[in-house]
Design a protein around this ligand. Structure first.
Ligand SMILES: CC(C)(COP(=O)(O)OP(=O)(O)OC[C@H]1O[C@@H](n2cnc3c(N)ncnc32)[C@H](O)[C@@H]1OP(=O)(O)O)[C@@H](O)C(=O)NCCC(=O)NCCS
Length: 191
């Protein structure tokens, strides 16, 4: 069965791949995406204790050192990949994430926005997810008024999917999330 024929099969395989094959780091486009480390916790707080991240993501607000420790523990779980976005492999500037079900996400620290970091990091992780992990369908969930996130999704080749928007509650706020998709191109010559 081809990958693009069944995203459920792709997703099962992805869970196994995320479990057994963690990349350590992904490099390209002037970035190194690497695993979070214990020494990053204060930097994580500096990056994530911020109003846009509080509003647009499920992260706790305020985001404390204890929350950073929890996130590091979550980063080690086998069904997800949480990678620090860095320019040089050292100082974290943000995060990209991938789940075994093919959902991606991103957040960049406020001082580092507008430099193309989210777009480049998303493209790196998108290609890894389609390639090494074997996920045929990737999804982003974005509020319709999150213009910068929509710009990132479009720059990385995602399109608004046909699935109905999802409604979730984050920190007592009702959020409508449009589902954006990136689908592995169908191999040429295959119907
Ligand atoms: C969304 C976010 C990750 C973007 O990070 P970033 O590194 O600044 O993004 P990029 O620099 O790659 O910008 C991509 C595009 O968005 C555009 N953009 C940035 N802010 C914008 C805004 N407010 N309105 C419209 N476009 C915007 C940029 O100009 C760029 O387009 P360009 O290449 O044509 O110039 C960052 O703003 C963030 O962390 N926000 C809070 C968390 C969040 O919303 N995460 C996504 C949840 S779905």
């Amino acid at each position: 069965m081809e990958l693009w024929q069944a995203s459920a099969v792709g997703s099962d395989r992805a869970a196994v791949n995320l479990l057994s094959h963690r990349p350590g780091c992904l490099a390209g486009r002037g970035l190194t995406l690497r695993e979070w480390e214990q020494g990053d916790l204060p930097a994580m707080v500096d990056l994530f204790d911020e109003s846009d991240i509080a509003r647009r993501t499920p992260l706790p607000s305020p985001f404390t050192l204890a929350d950073a420790q929890d996130r590091l523990a979550r980063a080690g779980q086998p069904d997800r990949l949480l990678l620090a976005v860095t320019a040089d492999g050292r100082r974290p500037l943000g995060e990209v994430l991938l789940t075994a079900t093919g959902e991606l996400g991103y957040m960049i620290g406020k001082p580092h926005r507008g430099l193309g970091l989210a777009t480049r990091a998303l493209v790196l992780l998108r290609d890894y997810a389609h390639g090494a992990v074997g996920l045929a369908v990737l999804r982003l969930k974005i509020e319709p008024d999150n213009d910068s996130s929509i710009a990132v999704a479009q720059r990385a080749g995602f399109q608004l999917g046909r699935a109905a928007a999802e409604v979730v509650e984050h920190k007592g706020r009702r959020c409508v999330l449009d589902v954006w998709e990136h689908i592995l191109p169908r191999p040429s010559g295959v119907d």
